[in-house]
Design a protein around this ligand. Structure first.
Ligand SMILES: [Zn+2]
Length: 74
């Protein structure tokens, strides 16, 4: 099998929007629930605490990494 192409920007946004609503996002390609995983900011050497989440589709293994922000969005 060839390597899976990443999500499109639109698909990534759908995943992020669902997560922002507090839902468990479903993979836009497979329709299965994605597995959330919290990633500590410290391990990336950023020097400050930042909450990140990593959502992984257990079926196609595509993932979306994003910063979870409170308040306004960019
Ligand atoms: Zn998938």
């Amino acid at each position: 099998m060839s390597e899976a192409a990443p999500y499109s920007a639109q698909e990534e946004r759908a995943v992020r929007d669902a997560a922002a609503r507090g839902e468990t996002p479903a993979c836009p390609r497979c329709g299965v629930a994605m597995s959330p995983r919290e990633v500590g900011g410290g391990s990336f050497g950023l020097g400050y605490a930042r909450r990140r989440e990593w959502l992984i589709c257990p079926s196609c293994r595509r993932s979306v990494l994003f910063d979870r922000r409170r308040g306004t969005r960019n």
